[in-house]
Write a protein that binds this ligand. Structure first.
Ligand SMILES: CC(C)(COP(=O)(O)OP(=O)(O)OC[C@H]1O[C@@H](n2cnc3c(N)ncnc32)[C@H](O)[C@@H]1OP(=O)(O)O)[C@@H](O)C(=O)NCCC(=O)NCCS
Length: 326
């Protein structure tokens, strides 16, 4: 009887390049307060958002993905032919089928890669990053493009102040490749499906159909009581301590949650904390790569830094890992 052969794979995967796309239109809190019953002070103190980006009609999920993916590819120094896996994380895809992965790959000139989408709510990017890293380690792919993208303005009721001031649009991307030294640590992921109704886009025929709804206080409680442990486990499994973390880049949902997590983890004074929510709003699957991209761009984070990532959201889902920045 013949045995099934497996490829040798690779000891690790590492990030080779990061790219981003932020929609052209900036929307300030003051602008929102002209059309709904809200104000700059409430938004800044409760959530930490100062402005966000809203995509125009031509800034589609695919266009934003192509822009961010193209920049990540350029930063990696690879050519499109080198990439054999494209994973797009999103919960605001315009169609159920076809998925965005194959189209984004085609637009970037990547010939016939594995291409699929991941929907794990706002944890989507960290789930996709782990799946791509594992594929490289297993030898199923040599180089992978992972994109987190959202056009949440398509699925938010723009007259509902409880969500319209929070959610926004954008895309972030990473190119991964095989490496002898691991640059993506083990993922710690999970889900609490008993809280599936806490964040949802209800199906047709249901109340609020098509509009993102969120039980904000319940999610806040869950995030601030359950997820510090996940972050600690992600560091433990990667064999690092809080003192080793140069950059903390959790999902950009609420500045208060970010600061609380950072405090509980006992991160060093010198650890750079991502606060991209202030200018990007909550961009769900796109928030972690967008935040990292901004920190690298500004010089606050540098090549070789160890970053602790965490995604969490609808499901409820969560995923965290330690990575080395390119
Ligand atoms: C959403 C969130 C910012 C809301 O903040 P909050 O402090 O919980 O606020 P609440 O929803 O309790 O609302 C408090 C009050 O502000 C009001 N309010 C809500 N949105 C408002 C707005 N945009 N402007 C002004 N007032 C607002 C509410 O009506 C309520 O008024 P009331 O006390 O008179 O009833 C916060 O709960 C949160 O960040 N949750 C976690 C979100 C998250 O992590 N998601 C993860 C995945 S996306």
């Amino acid at each position: 009887m013949s045995t099934i052969q497996l490829p040798a794979g690779s000891p690790g995967a590492r990030i080779l390049g990061i790219g981003e796309y932020r929609p052209r239109r900036r929307v300030t809190n003051d602008e929102l307060s002209q059309t709904m019953d809200t104000n700059d002070e409430w938004i800044r103190t409760r959530v930490g958002i100062r402005e966000r980006r809203w995509a125009d009609d031509d800034e589609t999920v695919v266009e934003m993905s192509v822009a961010a993916g193209g920049k990540a590819l350029a930063a990696s120094g690879l050519s499109p032919e080198d990439v054999d896996l494209v994973v797009v994380a999103s919960c605001s895809l315009p169609t159920q089928i076809p998925g965005a992965g194959p189209e984004v790959a085609h637009r970037l000139g990547i010939p016939r890669p594995g291409g699929y989408d991941v929907n794990a709510g706002c944890a989507g990017f960290c789930y996709a990053l782990s799946a791509a890293s594992d594929a490289i380690r297993a030898g199923s792919a040599r180089h992978a493009l992972v994109i987190g993208v959202e056009k949440l303005t398509d699925v938010v009721d723009m007259t509902d102040r409880s969500t319209a001031v929070i959610f926004a649009d954008g895309a972030g991307a990473m190119v991964l490749g095989a490496s002898d030294e691991p640059g993506v640590g083990p993922v710690v992921w999970g889900s609490d499906g008993d809280q599936r109704d806490a964040i949802a886009i209800p199906a047709p025929g249901q109340p609020d159909a098509g509009n993102l709804t969120m039980a904000g206080q319940a999610v806040y409680r869950w995030a601030t009581t359950k997820l510090t442990e996940t972050l600690q486990q992600a560091m433990d499994r990667a064999g690092v301590t809080a003192a080793d973390i140069d950059v903390f880049a959790p999902h950009q949902a609420n500045l208060r949650i970010i600061e609380l997590m950072a405090k509980r983890l006992g991160l060093a004074e010198s650890t750079v904390i991502a606060r991209d929510v202030a200018q990007a709003g909550n961009t769900s699957s796109a928030s972690v790569p967008l935040a990292l991209s901004a920190l690298l761009e500004s010089g606050e984070a540098k090549s070789g830094d160890l970053a602790l990532l965490l995604g969490y959201g609808a499901g409820l889902t969560f995923a965290g890992q330690v990575v080395r920045l390119p």
